[in-house]
Design a protein around this ligand. Structure first.
Ligand code: PLP
Ligand code: COI
Length: 339
């Protein structure tokens, strides 16, 4: 099978289950980073006492490259993702990789794997990952002073199966993560959200859980949450309790330019249920792009959001963002970098 055929087939498979044949790898030892290598994507070994395996010292990023109609490949807001990656590493006491190192690893790997970038509407998902590799089960002895940084690539289609269908969310007052760790993109936060998401899927057939501790909207396990109308976009203001999405930021900037009023503030569940009578709601994220919400379940009651379909304003905003991704409209923000 050619790479092109392999990539086309990957888009029919669940998100993030097919990988490019090359990965980029660097190690942190004795106080500095080794030069990175581009090597075959294959399993690697580590000591069974590696810090990450016991104490979850890991963080990652998720960003995308988009292929334009002329065949060129462009990475979206790499600098911003690197900044967040460094912030996560710092909070987890992992060696913080230099921005230049991560930038070169991503750009050189994507250059080596250009054929793996699918045509629109597919994209090439980029997953930089940092793990603490020091063999040390004495957690009290402190953080991992050895680390491995790697970047893998995955050709992807839609995150939510079934295309642009309206999503169903369970609004839950459970905590997604420890309050000051929400803004850290660490594996433990995702492991912590799995149980609630699986229970909700089994009981209510929901796509995601919308976490709303103390009755205030936070985010879902894989995306930020926005309320959208023809006049405004409302979303939670930034604090350490949730992930500061790059897509959220992009949509707020873009929406402001399109004439939407942008409100960043707390949203009570009661306000959301009132809003849902006429307004739209959506999930934003690199993987999700902008998924329309059609239905909410809260305290055993069902609530339709807007018309119950993927909202018209949501579709307008999504199209504006996607048009920048694929080079169909001008990138006036300077978000894309040609590989
Ligand atoms: N919130 C969570 C928990 C996520 O996993 C993601 C996805 O990365 C987001 C929000 C959205 O972030 P971004 O737009 O940077 O992908
Ligand atoms: C992303 O959108 O990049 C994420 O990291 C979410 C993940 C669950 C796929």
């Amino acid at each position: 099978m050619t790479t092109k055929q392999f990539v086309e087939e990957a888009l029919t498979k669940p998100f993030g289950t097919v990988y490019a044949d090359k990965m980029a790898v660097a190690h942190y030892r004795d106080g500095s980073w080794t030069p990175f290598e581009i090597q075959e994507t294959k399993p690697f070994s580590m000591h069974p006492a590696a810090h990450v395996l016991h104490y979850g010292s890991t963080c990652f990023e998720g960003l995308k490259c988009h292929r334009w109609e002329d065949g060129s490949v462009h990475v979206f807001r790499l600098d911003r993702h690197i900044q967040r990656f460094q912030g996560s590493a710092e909070r987890l006491c992992l060696p913080i990789p230099d921005a230049e190192l991560v930038d070169s690893m991503v750009c050189e790997l994507v250059t080596a794997c250009k054929d793996w970038a699918p045509a629109f509407p597919g994209s090439l998902y980029v997953r930089p990952t940092l793990i603490g590799t020091l063999p040390s089960i004495g957690a009290a002895a402190g953080p991992s002073t050895e680390a491995m940084l790697f970047v893998i690539l995955s050709p992807v289609g839609d995150y939510f199966s079934g295309g642009l269908r309206p999503l169903k969310l369970l609004v839950s007052e459970q905590l997604r993560t420890a309050p000051t760790l929400g803004m850290v993109k660490t594996g433990g936060n995702y492991a912590a959200a799995l149980y609630a998401t699986r229970q909700a899927r089994a009981k209510y057939q929901t796509d995601q859980v919308l976490f709303a501790p103390d009755g205030f909207i936070q985010e879902t396990g894989a995306a930020n949450f926005l309320m959208i109308s023809s006049e405004k976009i409302v979303t939670k203001s930034l604090d350490p309790s949730f992930l500061h999405g790059v897509t959220r930021d992009s949509l707020l900037q873009l929406g402001g330019k399109m004439g939407y009023e942008v409100e960043e503030r707390e949203i009570a569940v009661s306000e959301l249920l009132e809003w849902a009578k006429t307004g739209e709601a959506a999930l934003s994220g690199t993987a999700a792009v902008l998924g329309g919400v059609g239905q909410l379940v809260y305290q055993e009651e069902n609530y339709r959001v807007g018309t119950g379909e993927y909202g018209a304003e949501t579709a307008k905003l999504r199209a504006a963002l996607v048009d920048i991704h694929r080079g169909a409209s001008e990138d006036t923000f300077g978000w894309l970098k040609k590989i």
